[in-house]
Design a protein around this ligand. Structure first.
Ligand code: PEP
Ligand code: MG
Length: 591
């Protein structure tokens, strides 16, 4: 067929899916796009908003006219109320102000204004106020639907074998992915460590990100192949092509079965070194995978997902407590709860005070928690309460950049411990505390930081981004996001060695830990504990069961003398091929 199109992006989940495209913005009620607009487009954006208001007014007037003859006049007053809301100048001006001052898109700006108004009516039991709240919600949905050009009467249900196509899927839109009808994902933006990618991996949905213009090229209902192995999306494939891809998918299923067998084997190198393989967890849907892939524990629980899922409300202490308790019951080994790491890509507008010019370098993670100690306290109390019942739980603080900051965090943690003890609540007073090493400044002073904590976990996703000055979510520069860069190799090597010298536990929980390409190299550095998306465990295990530590150390020695990412990459791959019989197949799992 002549209109077949092939798009190139980055493969995330190495599997193939064939299905019908659904352009996300058009079909789901919950998807309210969030993006910044350029200064020169502000007037256009304001006009777009005003146009949507007019369109909504017209729709309401039409509906009123249509029903005029059938309804009692007091029933028709609902339309008048809605029209009044649409003419409310303070509502209109506030929205315009947000668009102008915060460079935000109209849908999001309007949603913020409505939300603020609704919050004022919250808790008022009076029927009148309840009704006004509902009116506001109704109007907001209509205006936003017009802004995103969505027909509200269209079915929101996905059909079988849906391929979601979107500019971006924010972690806070996660709920749309919990749907067994969604078999594949294709997005314009994003990279390997984007959180949508991490979730797609956790849910094992074939995904290609960073396609640049998928939402422009693909239209609703197009047949699409998502090839997460090659990082390609084929729009309107030929009939014969479909069979080739179905075969590819079958092969993948067969290989997965083999890997599941490997998951049962001991995690031990050829020369008898025991290696711990733990899991990264984001959502409860991943719990079955912990057993399936034989995770020895949870090396990273990204607790921000509790917040994203309870949005717009904050999770309560009980909600934290119940989730952590359940998580601890899923594995025999340790469970590391990383405290809230919101900000950066993981926006949570209901909590974050303001949008920032440069959020990745802004009020993120512990910086935010130290500002909002009320939120931090709630989470720490829950972790400590679980520690009294389960000794395996550990706490980990993200984005630590120096000793003063760490002392402040640890000081606050101890304060909360005292608080619980005074309340007579049982806690584990020797609960292990650790930090993520993901800011270059922290990686430069591991000896100093090690005095205050029991363990380090190296977060390569952020460490690479901050070390190389490459936004981990920007597909325009992600060719420079290089885990094999000599600076990254050296910084990781030094951190592992310094932690071992200081006698504290060290693991790695960034995506590099689950990439079989780096397993031998990391073993050569002395890493003995890896945490990764559960499905990667057997792949990494296959590699480590085929190598000797002495070979890995030799590999590292050579690599440390190399000058570029490309040289290092080439060498690692050649050595992996030599050492590991099945490496060709494993390398296809480009995690
Ligand atoms: C990391 O930065 O490597 C990490 C594991 O944390 P996150 O991806 O959640 O930022
Ligand atoms: Mg991080």
């Amino acid at each position: 067929m002549s209109n077949r199109i092939k798009l190139k992006g980055t493969g995330i989940v190495p599997d193939v899916a064939i299905g019908k495209a659904v352009i996300l913005e058009d079909k789901t009620k919950i998807f309210i796009p969030y993006y910044n607009i350029l200064k020169e487009h502000i007037d256009d954006e304001v006009n777009r908003f005003l146009k949507a208001l007019e369109q909504t007014k017209k729709q309401i007037e039409d509906a009123k006219d249509n029903l005029n003859s059938d309804l009692e006049s007091d029933h028709l007053s609902i339309f008048d109320t809605h029209l009044l809301i649409l003419r409310d100048q303070s509502l209109i001006q506030k929205t315009i102000q947000i668009i102008k001052e915060r460079f935000l898109n109209a849908e999001y700006a309007f949603k913020e204004v409505i939300k603020e108004l609704i919050a004022k009516f919250k808790g008022m039991e009076d029927e009148y106020f309840k009704q006004r709240r509902e009116d506001l919600e109704d109007i907001a949905t209509r205006v936003i639907a017009n802004l995103v050009d969505k027909d509200l009467n269209k079915s929101l249900d996905f059909e079988e074998d849906t391929i979601l196509v979107a500019k971006v899927i924010h972690p806070s839109d996660l709920s749309i992915l919990y749907n067994d009808k969604v078999v594949g994902i294709a997005t314009d933006y994003g990279g390997v460590t984007t959180h949508t990618s991490i979730i797609a991996k956790a849910l094992n949905i074939p995904t290609v990100v960073g396609l640049h213009n998928a939402t422009k090229v693909i239209v609703d209902g197009d047949i699409v192949i998502v090839d997460g192995i090659e990082g390609e999306v084929i729009v309107k494939p030929q009939e014969s092509e479909k069979n080739i891809y179905l075969e590819k998918h079958q092969k993948r299923i067969h290989f997965q079965k083999q890997l599941l067998e490997i998951a049962k084997y001991p995690s031990i190198t050829l020369d008898g070194e025991k290696i711990e393989l733990l899991a990264n967890v984001e959502i409860a849907e991943e719990f079955p995978a912990l057993k399936k892939y034989n995770a020895e524990g949870v090396g990273l629980y990204r607790s921000e997902f509790i917040f994203l899922q309870s949005a717009p409300d904050l999770p309560t202490e009980e909600e934290h407590y119940n989730f952590y308790k359940k998580l601890c019951s899923q594995v025999k080994g340790e469970v590391v709860i990383r405290t809230l790491d919101l900000g950066g890509e993981k926006f949570f507008h209901e909590v974050l005070e303001k949008d920032e010019q440069n959020p990745v370098l802004g009020l993120r993670a512990v910086r935010f928690c130290l500002r909002r100690k009320d939120i931090f306290r709630t989470q720490l109390r829950a972790i400590l309460r679980v520690s009294g019942e389960n000794e395996n739980i550990k706490v980990m603080f993200p984005l630590i950049s120096g000793v003063d900051e760490l002392k402040e965090v640890v000081g606050f943690f101890e304060e909360v411990m005292e608080e619980l003890k005074n309340e007579g609540i049982k806690i584990n007073e020797t609960i292990q505390k650790g930090i993520m090493i993901e800011v270059p400044s922290a990686a430069e002073i591991p000896d100093l930081l090690a005095k205050y904590v029991d363990f380090f976990s190296i977060g390569t996703n952020d460490l690479i981004q901050y070390c190389l000055a490459i936004d981990r979510n920007n597909d325009k520069v992600n060719y420079l996001y290089q885990p094999s860069h000599p600076a990254v190799i050296r910084i990781v090597d030094r951190t592992i060695k310094a932690a071992r010298k200081a006698g504290i536990d060290v693991s790695m929980c960034g995506e590099m830990a689950g990439n079989p390409k780096f397993t031998a190299l990391l073993l050569g550095m002395g890493l003995r504990k890896f945490s990764m998306t559960p499905a990667s465990i057997p792949v990494v295990k296959s590699v480590l069961r085929n190598v000797k530590i002495s070979d890995c150390e030799q590999l590292l020695e050579r690599v440390l003398n190399m000058e570029s990412a490309s040289q290092i990459e080439k060498h690692i791959i050649a050595v992996n091929h030599k050492l590991i019989p099945d490496y060709e197949k494993l390398a296809r799992i480009k995690l």
